[in-house]
Write a protein that binds this ligand. Sequence first.
Ligand code: ADP
Ligand code: MG
Length: 706
Amino acid sequence: MTIQEFDLPARWRSLLTEHFSEAIHNVQMSWPEKQSLDVSYRVIESFDPDFAIDIVEHPELNTQAANTAIGLLLTEMGAGNIVAFIRIVDLPPDCSRTVRQLRSEDLGLMISVEAIATRISGVRPRTYEGTFECVACGHRTRISQPNEQELIEPVECFEIDGGCSRRKGQTRFVQRIEESILIDSQFIELQEPPENLRGGIQPERILCIAEHDLAGKLNPGDRVTANGMLFVRSQRKSGKETPIFDIFLRIHSIEREEIPLEEIQISDEEEHEIKELARREDVYDILKQSIAPSIFGMNPQKESLMLQLFGGVSGKNADGTRVRGDIHILLMGDPGVAKSQLLSYMSEISPRGRFTSGMSASAAGLTAAAVQDSTADGRWTLEAGALALADLGLAAIDEFDKMNENDRSSMHEAMEQQRISISKAGINATLSTRCAILAAANPKSGRFQSVSEVPFTNQINLKPPLLSRFDIIWLLTDEPQQDKDKMIANHIIETRMSATSELLIDQGGATDPSRKSNQAGVTKHAGLHIVGRDLMRKYIAYAKRNVHPKLTEDARKSIVDFYVETRRKGGEQTDSVAITARSIEGLYRLAQASARIRLSDEATIEDSNRAIRLVSLWRYDLMGEDYDETTINSGKKGNARNRERTIVEIVRRLTLETGENALLIDVLNESEQLQISRDVAEDIIERLNRDGTLFRPSYETLSTAR
Ligand code: ADP
Ligand code: MG
């Protein structure tokens, strides 16, 4: 049963008086900060189902009637000066569309899309109802202006209204701005969220118009559900209309996400599965192995990436400052050590992961840019870059050292304060960039030279202040190591052999193995337990939403001790990344992330030790431990002092990598590769053991004297 148009204001009136009289009173009290009243569709449905259906089918008429009704009610309450709007929210599921699905059959219906705002234009007033004066007789005509692109002028100074009846050619009409009604209006570009896309497809976008109090409400990067009506405009070519239309969305109401990472839904069974997994003793191994299983080795690196996915807890201090919880990691290394592969994998398993390059082709780059947009009537618009779009997720940035100057200058703020303030071309906005950053960078000279000869800070096109924003910096060099090389080669060839032909998949002759591993929970693969990507993403989202660990007394103490000790040892050190107070926060975050994996609200000594082990390891790889002036100056290789140092370093590295004492056999093997024969190495180990530099807990094992 359809409802007659003239019936609508009365229906709205009774709905509002029955269910919303108090809310309307609140609007009156808080106007003009709040200029609209949210009406839940569910309330309308239970009030009158036919009425509810009519709203979805005839949204334009209904919103007009609703606004008239609230206007009248406010006038009756003695608040006639207030202009307020009804905004219908919580639309039913059958209204929801993806940006991709928006088609002409949806024209005129109320629809709802989940999207990210990618661009916003400046807010400008537009004529909503124009008052025009006839220059011949001075009579004024009012004309409402539904069209944003074109001002409609009177065609005649109508006699019935009291005008002089002159037509357009015989007189001129001048708009009286002070008597016209102007409203704020803004163009917003919405993009479908990337997680709904199957790999490689470009996300689709739709241009929207937000008016009245909705203008200026969104920032690029915001995730919203936008409700509204589609409308079309014919495309113009050299000033003439063509039969082709552009589709726009007139936004009626906006709902923001209420729980973080709302797009990731976790069923009861999945929650159960996650909890089971978190209880397992080998959960850390399983998760670590699940990061890029096709990439061989890199265990400490993968362990740190696992912590990065979960992240620490962001917090607010009483003084209004904010503590970052996200863990930033930099992979610095020679070409061909699988940096890009790791990045791309991480962007796929992280909720809201994004992969970009510092040399990004898009104008917005990593942070944001103001561009002049032809679709938004040539207005300046602010476009969000990769970091804003990855808000609450992970941004994997390849070729980080090649980012442009604009990004370089806003990157400090984006990484530490996790926001970018922009004031460009009349648009002022603050974008949130609350994401973890995983960056990769190559050395300036093509390959890294030994860091004991040239400090790494001279080998890379990134300045120390920016480097110090990273919690972890891994140095990945591509040195020939027979055993390892052989294993990598075998691993790569095995992976290649077990891959399925892409063409066969496309032709339907084979199933896509990544689809299967996407959906599966925990599977066994070449003897290793692997968590599927879907479950991984849900696990991370679940932990981020529900677990906010604090450090135990012991854990806290161990971090403080480590810091004080490292500072003491680094006192004489001349290297540029001395440990700073900032790294305490880094350790704190890593320990929290480690506890999050167990879904534990307490970060224990086990967690802080994991953090300390990883931090000592990267610092050691990058700078050596007690790296002193004499080694830089002499640069002598192969003398006794250097051989001793080399062996101590091997033992220390192996201990850090495994978390256990080093095996004698491994130490001897590694020494041999560095041209220290077994016999000589055993002699040196004897000597070091005697003078207390190395410990020998058993005949086969070694540890450093720390
Ligand atoms: P980068 O970005 O560091 O220059 P890429 O990610 O492009 O390197 O990797 C180059 C190739 O080498 C990739 O095909 C990668 O799979 C392979 N590769 C390098 N190291 C490993 C490894 N440890 N395990 C498996 N594959 C590797
Ligand atoms: Mg690369």
